[in-house]
Design a protein around this ligand. Sequence first.
Ligand code: 4NP
Length: 152
Amino acid sequence: MKILMVCLGNICRSPLAHGIMQHLAEKKGLNWQIDSAGTGNWHCGKAPDSRSIKVSLSYGLDISTQKARQFQLSDFEEFDHILVMDQQNYKDVISLATHQEHINKVQLFIPNGFVPDPYWDDTQFKPVYDLIYARSEKLLQELLKSEEGAIR
Ligand code: 4NP
């Protein structure tokens, strides 16, 4: 299973989703490939925002070695699931798609909802971490079920 987490800058939300999902998959012994990207290119090559690193470390998770990159067209081929943090991310990613199969791979990380951008508010990093963690646990179960369904 190859999963790409996408937000705007790839420094706050998607690095958290990337690190948390990778951790949960490893804990289950799953050989899943998780990555993250931003629709924007401002932070390419940079480590995650220090506040995302700090909140993760407070839970024992080190995301400091991640490097921001921009979403690229080849990601539509490379990944099975492209999970976006909000509606704007959804619009931006979909606008690059050239095939319906690509569009079908793109989903909101939180169905019918969104992960608020904590970039402008230091107090939001912990609630955003908790939101992403809780959704990641459910998502992992859903993806495991869909994988079983695909095998049958
Ligand atoms: P992210 O948050 O999309 O969760 O990584 C942001 C990071 C940077 C900016 C906006 C949002 N920015 O404007 O630079």
